[in-house]
Design a protein around this ligand. Structure first.
Ligand code: NDP
Length: 279
């Protein structure tokens, strides 16, 4: 008698738009590598129908989901419990449907730091870090960065009050003396790691950061990824920095989500390499 294979456990990514998402490809590679029976699809949720789309997926037997633009804040409300890092980020990119209810997590920041430390081989510990932007992506990055004990973490933002509020939140959570905030015009000194978490790259704009921020040997990382280096990465390279786009972060945040759902952390290196070769 031939054994009937167990049906695959179902996961998806919700977004609007969603056609561009590489998450199904990444999770299919993780499933093949680990031998887990996983089916992962992309779902376009209506702008006014995210919660309903999540509950419909659960009713169909869905086990978990990723969440992308513009639903990461709404996903906080859909979750019945939040991990510490999701609470700190104030945003959810991963939902886990468990017997105890819907758990909301945020793997973006951990993915960013894993890419910097493990893939780029650049330690955060003891380094001077400059984080550009204070939106959702920046918020998710602060706690994972602080956990690696940088010497300094400066958050610079166009709207200075948002950066100050973010720095204040983390100063109260053990980042006092390490984390501070300022506007671009007040940026002084050099940094070993400069992370662009602004949405400026989406419009091919450069955040107004002075060229003097890049210390000798600095790593500049743009959370955005695309076929060509962003204007920020071009600027950073012209001023001596080593540059890195957000593709590694994307793969690493997916691996963190896979680990949460499946209890096994996949090997990200071959998946990242294959995505890079496709470009
Ligand atoms: P948000 O809209 O939440 O935040 C946008 C931030 O960018 C704000 O700090 C805003 O400043 C700043 N900003 C926007 N335009 C400019 C500009 N022209 N000059 C300077 N600052 C600007 O976006 P997210 O935080 O969700 O996303 C930010 C970036 O991160 C995007 O490029 C996104 O694609 C990327 N990302 C990548 C991920 C990955 O896996 N690689 C995961 C998540 C995000 P202000 O407060 O003044 O408006």
């Amino acid at each position: 008698m031939t054994a009937i294979p167990a049906p695959a456990d179902r996961y998806c990514v919700f977004g609007n738009p969603i056609a561009h998402s590489k998450s199904p490809e990444i999770h299919a590679a993780f499933a093949a590598q680990t031998g887990h029976a996983v089916a992962y699809e992309k779902r376009l949720a209506p702008l006014d129908g995210f919660a309903a789309a999540v509950h419909a997926f659960i009713a169909e037997g869905g086990r978990g989901a990723n969440v992308t633009v513009p639903f990461k804040l709404e996903a906080v409300k859909v979750a019945q419990a939040l991990t510490v890092r999701a609470q700190a980020a104030g945003a959810v990119n991963t939902l886990h449907f468990t017997d105890d209810g819907i758990i909301g997590d945020n793997t973006d920041g951990a993915g960013l730091v894993a890419d910097i430390v493990n893939n780029a081989g650049v330690p955060v510990a003891g380094r001077r870090v400059l984080l550009l932007g204070a939106g959702g992506a920046a918020r998710g990055a602060v706690l994972p960065l602080l956990e690696h004990r940088p010497a300094q973490l400066v958050i610079a933002n166009r709207t200075v009050a948002t950066a100050q509020a973010l720095a204040g939140q983390f100063a109260a959570l053990g980042g006092a003396g390490v984390v501070s905030a300022c506007g671009y015009a007040d940026l002084a000194g050099e940094f070993d790691l400069v992370i662009n978490a602004t949405a400026a790259s989406l419009g091919a704009e450069l955040p107004p950061v002075p060229a003097t921020v890049f210390a000798p040997g600095a790593l500049a990382l743009d959370m955005m990824y695309g076929k060509e280096p962003t204007v920020f990465l071009q600027f950073a390279a012209r001023h001596g920095a080593t540059v890195r786009d957000g593709l590694g972060m994307l793969v690493e945040q997916a691996a963190e989500a896979f680990a949460l759902w499946r209890g096994i952390h996949p090997d990200t290196a071959p998946v990242l390499q294959s995505l890079r070769e496709q470009r």
